[in-house]
Design a protein around this ligand. Structure first.
Ligand SMILES: [Zn+2]
Length: 329
């Protein structure tokens, strides 16, 4: 039987994922963003045109699928995503799950028991998000800097249980390359295999030992912030990625940019400025950057075309397919 996954346009056979960017955002907004009444009104049409344009540019690089692991409390807009997919032909996968304690909306979820949170996540995957009919295809999990809080442990546990029931993968956010191993511990502690977890933002420090230790445990290692050089020079990311591949972990690497196409409020490094202002600070933070600038440099560093294809095609496909196989029947 063909393995299929949830996209904004319904179920898609995993073989049709094609070249995939595993971590890019269409919209992001911190909880309460709409309370900042100094901000101009969100111009949906204008934003849509801009996002559609960015997604259309992916076609020339053969990117067929984009995963937007936006947590439910961070300005997720699945109907906006569905329209982008419909207008561009690029498959979009949305996620359920909540963000970390410091930056998300913990109060409500702090009062819900693990069982209730699991149920919410399962419903978003199996029945749909809100009344949109759009089903989540993965679960976002997140931890803070240096330590997993009790709240984060609870929602991560709920996420692992929901992943087990539904057979979707978990895509994480980490801060400063910390807590990756805690995430693996919590997920595997719930009986979910480590290959069902992508430890995101593992490229934030020049730390091959950390990256390799995550891969050795069988989880995926996210080199998913290419172009975001305010956190880490891409030269370091490329060096670390090559090291990990040379160490035999080509199967465990995922690449992306963590781009954000529509912001609303409160992003500290942009002070509420618009998208063009942001691009002045991080000019390479675009979804085509890997293909235009990073892959050519990796080839020069000795990576083969086959390695690069393996990373952007085979790894995402296996990530979703193997998660689906683990689904509780
Ligand atoms: Zn992200």
């Amino acid at each position: 039987m063909t393995t299929t996954i949830n996209t904004t346009a319904g179920r898609l056979p995993v073989e049709q994922l094609g070249r995939t960017l595993i971590h890019e955002h269409v919209t992001v907004a911190y909880p309460g963003w709409y309370l900042d009444n100094r901000r101009p009104k969100f111009q949906r049409q204008e934003a849509m045109a801009r996002v559609v344009d960015a997604f259309k540019r992916l076609n020339s690089y053969g990117v067929r699928t984009v995963v937007d692991p936006c947590p439910m409390d961070l300005g997720r807009d699945v109907e906006f995503c569905a329209e982008v997919a419909q207008r561009t032909g690029v498959n979009l996968v949305c996620t359920t799950g909540v963000y970390n304690e410091a930056q998300g909306i913990p109060f409500l979820f702090q009062h819900l028991p693990i069982e209730a949170i699991t149920e919410i996540y399962v419903k978003e995957i199996e029945d749909g998000i809100g009344y949109s009919g759009i089903k989540a295809g993965a679960i976002k999990v997140a931890t803070g800097d240096g330590k997993v809080s009790d709240y984060e442990r609870k929602v991560l546990t709920a996420a692992a249980r929901a992943a087990k029931i539904t057979g979707v993968p978990l895509i994480s956010h980490t801060e400063n390359c910390s807590c990756g191993h805690d995430q693996v511990d919590i997920v595997t502690g719930e009986g979910v295999p480590s290959h069902q977890l992508l430890v995101g933002h593992s490229d934030g420090r020049d730390d091959h030992d950390y990256q390799r230790s995550i891969a050795e445990r069988g989880a995926y290692v996210g080199f998913d912030r290419f172009g975001l050089e305010i956190f880490q020079p891409d030269a370091v990311r490329m060096k670390n990625l090559k090291q990990l591949v040379d160490a035999g972990h080509r199967d465990r690497v995922m690449v992306s940019h963590d781009t954000v196409h529509c912001f609303a409020g409160g992003i500290p490094f942009m002070n509420g400025g618009d998208y063009e202002d942001l691009l002045k600070i991080v000019p390479n933070w675009r979804m085509v950057y890997l293909f235009e600038k990073i892959f050519p440099q990796l080839r020069e560093m000795g990576m083969k075309e086959e390695d690069l294809n393996h990373i952007v095609v085979d790894n995402p496909q296996r990530f979703f397919a193997e998660a689906r196989e683990e689904r509780v029947k």
